[in-house]
Design a protein around this ligand. Sequence first.
Ligand code: DLL
Length: 436
Amino acid sequence: MTTQFNQEKFVALENASRDEIMALQTKRLAWTLKHAYENVPFYKRKFDEAGVHPSDFKQLSDIEKFPFTEKKDLRDNYPFGLFAVPREKVSRIHGSSGTTGKPIVVGYTQNDLDIWANLVARSMRAAGAKSGMIVHVAYGYGLFTGGLGAHYGAERLGCTVVPMSGGMTERQVQLIHDFKPEVIMVTPSYMLALLDGFVKAGLDPRKSSLKYGIFGAEPWSNAMREEIEDVFDMDATDIYGLSEVLGPGVAQECVETKDGLHIWEDCFYPEIINSDTLNPVEDGVKGEVVFTTLTKEAMPIIRYRTRDLSRLQPGTVHQGMRRMEKISGRSDDMIILRGVNVFPSQIEEALLATDWCAGHFQIVLSRTGRMDNMTVVAEARPEHSSEEKWSQYSRNFVRHIKGTVGVSVNLQIQKPMTIERSMGKRKVIIDNRPKD
Ligand code: DLL
């Protein structure tokens, strides 16, 4: 394959000029389109239906002729249908929430994993981390890309990695106190839970060893950055990524400017589109972020509609790569609860699989202290309206959601006809969280 990893070239690209990056993108996009077309029947069919062929791609703007890919396409090709290499060449599988019960599946060759580790190492360097530092990784390990993605990046940078994963807050606080890591990689919301853990343990967070926090996997505001930086006396930067495209390490904020996230454009081609017209918009205009991978072998992805909203701006620290403004929201109804992606359709599917609920429900989001909570309010069918079994239904449902989606939710069962019926588009999500 043409993308065989070369460390020296990779490091040099970080400081390449805009022209150099664009020339590289043109070359790599041509390779990716051909690779996808020749090896993934799904892409061949889509391109043929749209009347385009990889040979129609001659310059960067030609990408607009090619069809988009969406989450549904990953679901429809579950589990391995989008792989562009024989399964034996896939070294690792990861997964993320789909819009229904089944996760979406992504795969990496050894070369893909190598590039990923280097992208995370590059992101960590941009965030202030250096070889030799201790890194506490509190992103979840497992199918989620956060834990292992951060882990191998930190090792690649030459750090000492503490693979904590999520949960067990008291123990996390204890080990941060004892091991004295300079760097922490965690969702911003869990960082706030760790803060509570520090206070509970009678420890002053400002005196902790932590100097650099690399936070992502969910939206967070600049106000939250200020709070975290202040209470921990640390630098906090934003890391972005998504399973379909890579995992963490697609874009990263630089510690010296904290002015949005440089997209690693040697490996990803970004576009911003208007979600209604699907037409690309100019740099500077807000819209939906779309990515095409430029080096991925196992699962190249063409024009993936992320549903994340942002806008592109010129590079600052890295002149050749554009920046993406902090993600300001999504164009769909995905909720990110404590770092886990949850779709209302997953809740609906689980409710409809019970025999006590006919599918009338609402999702209420609230915040207690620093933690976001989700309460599913669901109506019992008339024949299940006596309350004696409700607590059992509730326990089963909560366990099921924890087991399938991976988050703890509350369930509140109500009598029939107590949830307001919609006159048009139903309002499923009621967000009572304070706006910060
Ligand atoms: O969340 C990958 C990741 C792990 C990124 C660790 C950063 C750190 P998914 O589970 O597939 O992958 O979820 C991807 O999470 O489309 C965004 O909506 C949201 N997201 C990820 N990073 C950020 C961020 C990982 N920095 C989805 N700011 C994406 C806002 C983010 N939203």
